[in-house]
Design a protein around this ligand. Structure first.
Ligand code: TA6
Length: 300
């Protein structure tokens, strides 16, 4: 699918709201402009790479070293993780959804000036390992950014069990100066400590080394306070029981070819999904929606 035939699908109402172009690596993408904000989404992975309110710095971090090539994940923005999270023997880490070119199915500008775009993951050889399903992804852009990953089990007799996660990279001025709130009391698996199970005792989480934690049974809102940018970011969610907090810090940053050695200083991943013991099992015909709303305001 190229930028021009994307434009045919969106139709005349897209004029002025969305531009279809070939972005980095000549990958087809769309740029969305609303009264309040701008956004950018690549068909590769249905990957939101940019969201910026007109009165603020970008909300999402995008690595200056990211690859932009079919079949490769983009480093930063919001990787769509499905149908598994983490490594899997002989297969791509974090599933294949972020590696595929998604089809643009619908472009829906709303009377209030919001713009919603719906993508669908096309069939692929890897999907044959699972019951038949559909995976739709709806991105809604206005003063905030709302993401909905909708999975439907199309099997007549088989249960479909999967993991999902919106692996969001947030832009911060200095990761050592931010605080993360809303996880106090939750148990988590600490990947940095061989997945030891621990309990979060603080409501003010700070980053001063590599952090890679999967908080289970966390359905509430998480907040990032960034005093250097004077910004509070709220991550509200429905249909998500897991929250992953990740910063690669120095050593891991140096090991990632598509990530700058110092870029860990300007990003934090707060990821919302259902992973590990929170994985989703859908009965035949069942459907589940992972909804994440990202908003920001001035930090008083
Ligand atoms: O979500 C945290 C994590 O699982 C880390 O362990 C790290 O691997 C990160 O995802 C990035 O993974 P990726 O496959 O995108 O390099």
């Amino acid at each position: 699918m190229t930028a021009s035939n994307i434009a045919e699908i969106a139709g005349p109402e897209a004029l002025g709201r969305v531009t279809f172009l070939d972005g980095h690596g000549e990958l087809p993408m769309l740029e969305i402009s609303t009264a309040w904000s701008t956004a950018a989404i690549y068909l590769n992975g249905a990957h939101v790479t940019h969201f910026k309110r007109k009165d603020e710095p970008p909300l999402l971090f995008l690595s200056q070293c990211s690859r932009f090539a079919e079949g490769h994940a983009i480093r930063g923005g919001i990787p769509v993780i499905f149908p598994w999270f983490g490594p899997r023997e002989g297969l791509a880490q974090h599933g294949y959804a972020r590696l595929k070119s998604w089809d643009l199915k619908e472009f829906a500008p709303a009377p209030d000036g919001s713009v919603s775009v719906r993508f669908r993951l096309p069939d692929c050889p890897e999907a044959s390992a699972f019951p038949p399903y559909t995976a739709d992804y709806v991105v809604t852009v206005n003063q905030s950014l709302t993401l909905q990953l909708i999975i439907t089990n199309r099997s007549k007799d088989a249960e479909f069990t999967f993991e999902n996660c919106l692996h969001t990279y947030f832009e911060v001025a200095d990761v050592t100066a931010i605080s993360i709130h809303g996880l106090k009391g939750a148990s988590y698996l600490d990947k940095v400590a061989s997945f030891l199970e621990k309990t979060e005792t603080s409501d003010t989480l700070r980053i001063a080394s590599e952090v890679d934690r999967t908080y289970q049974n966390t359905t509430g809102t998480v907040e990032i306070r960034d005093p250097r940018l004077g910004r509070r970011i709220r991550i509200e969610k429905q249909g998500s029981a897991s929250t992953v907090v990740w910063n690669p810090w120095i050593a891991k940053s140096r090991q990632m070819p598509d990530f700058g050695d110092e870029e860990y200083e300007r990003m934090i991943c707060i990821e919302s999904g259902n992973v590990g013991s929170d994985s989703v099992s859908l009965p035949p015909g069942g459907s589940s929606t992972l909804t994440v709303k990202l908003s920001s305001e001035t930090l008083a």
